[in-house]
Design a protein around this ligand. Structure first.
Ligand code: UTP
Length: 295
């Protein structure tokens, strides 16, 4: 039977060093794809999957992110006075109901596992989702909704195939040799070199986790890269004989934590907008044909 997932954790306390100097004062998650910040894509995806409680793990310098979800009464009044109903609707989607959103602080960036653990007191015994907003996934239905539909207990991670020579950038799964949408996970390795990788199935930033994972994180020490790894805590579930499954979602994932991925997403999401499509496509064609660049 499908289980509902009503809480989601958004770990947004990383340093975002790949986007310096921008991330010196702008949280990475506020950076904009076309006209929506990354965090809005993540919130919309969570809502579509039935999430009602949104928990942000933040850190110093993330106040722009916290402010983003406040109402903007002057702006709303100005739009209303001008009869700009469409823009009002756009704004409406950014508002979060009172009490729906909670922020916890991660005092130091000690890794994704540690960030998720920081939310432990706001999570009950029910399974919860984790969404990394810098993994933007274009999918219909949205990725987390696909996962929730297939979820019936244990842990579930979103997964996709990556080129063999890129395994060292991901958590990699060892799975039973099945090609179905759901793969039983036998092991997980964080950032293995291609020759050590058990497969080319990478973990992507969507998870459904159980309380057991938080309990494991309670006592966990640092792993790869000196960080407390979420992958290690999920791998402990397998060792304890509990179910961990990989979900091969249908959709296109963009790594918006990297510059190249962010630019690719900008192109893809820009072309998907009817109001921009023609002008933008013509421009891209021109630029590619002539090989022009900004100097
Ligand atoms: P990344 O590995 O992309 O790290 O984190 P980062 O700090 O955001 O970016 P770079 O590598 O320095 O450019 C993946 C996700 O985990 C969160 C990040 O905010 C991001 O959503 N994270 C990571 C934390 O919340 N805390 C941490 O200690 C580490």
């Amino acid at each position: 039977m499908t289980k509902s997932v009503t809480k989601a954790v958004f770990p947004v306390a990383g340093l975002g060093t790949r986007f310096l100097p921008a991330t010196k004062s702008i949280p990475k998650e506020i950076m904009t794809l076309v006209d929506r910040p990354l965090i809005q894509y993540a919130i919309d995806e969570a809502r579509a999957a039935g999430v009602e409680d949104f928990i942000f793990v933040t850190s110093r310098g993330k106040s722009a992110l916290e402010d983003y979800f406040d109402r903007a009464p002057e702006l709303e009044a100005a739009l209303e006075a001008k009869g700009k109903d469409e823009l009002l609707e756009v704004l409406e989607r950014t508002n979060m109901g009172s009490g729906a959103i909670a922020y916890v602080r991660q005092a130091e960036p000690r890794g994704l596992g540690h960030a998720v653990w920081c939310a432990r007191k706001l999570l009950g015994d029910e399974p919860f989702a984790v969404i990394l907003p810098d993994d933007v996934i274009a999918a219909d239905p949205p990725c987390l909704e696909q996962m929730v539909r297939d979820y019936d207990g244990g842990c579930m991670v979103a997964t996709m195939e990556v080129p063999r020579d890129k395994t060292s950038a991901y958590g990699i799964l060892e799975v039973d040799d099945d090609q179905a949408r759901l793969a039983t996970v036998r092991g997980m390795v964080e950032k293995p070199q291609p020759e050590d990788a058990p497969s080319n199935l990478a973990v992507i930033g969507r998870y459904i986790l159980t309380r057991d994972v938080l309990d494991t994180l309670d006592g966990q020490s640092a792993g790869a890269g000196g960080e407390i790894q979420l992958t290690d805590a999920i791998a402990a579930e397998i060792d304890a004989g509990r179910s961990v499954r990989g979900h091969r979602f249908r959709g296109q994932r963009f790594d918006c934590g990297s510059k190249a991925g962010f630019l690719q997403a900008t192109v893809a999401f820009g072309l998907a907008r009817p109001e921009l499509e023609d002008e933008f496509r013509n421009y891209l064609r021109e630029v590619v044909t002539a090989g022009t660049t900004a100097h």
